[in-house]
Each structure stands twice: as structure tokens, then as C-alpha cells.
Design a protein around this ligand. Sequence first.
Ligand code: ADP
Ligand code: MG
Length: 141
Amino acid sequence: MIYETMSPQETFELGEKLGQKAEPGQIICLNGDLGVGKTVFTQGFAKGLGIKESVNSPTFTIIQIYDEGRLPLYHFDVYRIGEPEEMYEIGCEDYFFGEGVCLIEWSKLIEELIPEKAATVLIEKNLEKGLDYRQITVEGI
Ligand code: ADP
Ligand code: MG
């Protein structure tokens, strides 16, 4: 499914809608360039799960866990990971095969570790359509 958003708010709302429908064990891979809106989408998704705490990019910690929603949210940002193997050190399999929902920013950097069941969200700009335009391709949800 391809969506188009014209503002951060619209991307947030798409995330929120998907967060409301999220199911235990779901894994969503978020890809797209720096500053494209992966974290904005995640913030909406978290709201959709009923998380009130503010969600930011966990760039320096790889994973941030939010427990207050309808399901646990495991928010990964693997942009600064050195080796995919570092994911095992943080126990990624417990999260990937757990009962919560995993959102993984920059998942393509650890592609070989991503379970096959994962859904994907690719966010892309198109400057011809304006600075705030985003095309969001959702597959597997
Ligand atoms: P990423 O996590 O992909 O690096 P962020 O979500 O942190 O990106 O930042 C996206 C930036 O782009 C924010 O400053 C946001 O306000 C801006 N932005 C502009 N238009 C959009 C849009 N349509 N969807 C999402 N973010 C947008
Ligand atoms: Mg981010």
C-alpha cells in the first residue's frame, strides 16, 4: 500500500492508525534517509498503542522500551551499529520473537537478522512535490 503525506502530522497519523491495529509479535522495519520521518512515524505508532511518554530516536542506545501501552513497544534505531552481531549482545531475539511490537529504524543495516515475518515501511521524499511531501510504502501489514 502506498500512502502520501504532506506534513509531519499526516505521517504521525498514519503511524497512529497502524499502532492502533498493532498485534503481538509484529515487527515493522522502517527505512528511508536521515530526516525522512521514521521517528515521526514511530511517535504516532506509539500514541496508537496508548503510550503517552514522549518517544525519541534511541540513536545512542540502539533500543528503547516503552511498557505503558496496550503492547510493549521495542523501538530500535540501528543507524550507529558497528556490526550486525551487536544485535545479539542486546538480546534482539527476545524482542523479535516476543509478545511486543518491534519498530526498527534503519533495519536494512541488519537485514540478515530480520525475521521473515517482518513488515516494511519505506519513507521517501520527492522534492518535486515539496519539502514536506513523503511517499510511504507499507508492505506486510
Ligand atoms: P528520521 O527518524 O527518519 O531520521 P525524523 O522523524 O527524526 O526522521 O525527522 C523527520 C523530519 O522531517 C522532522 O523534522 C519533520 O518535521 C520533517 N517532516 C516534514 N514533512 C514531513 C512528513 N510529511 N512526514 C514526516 N516528517 C516530515
Ligand atoms: Mg529517527
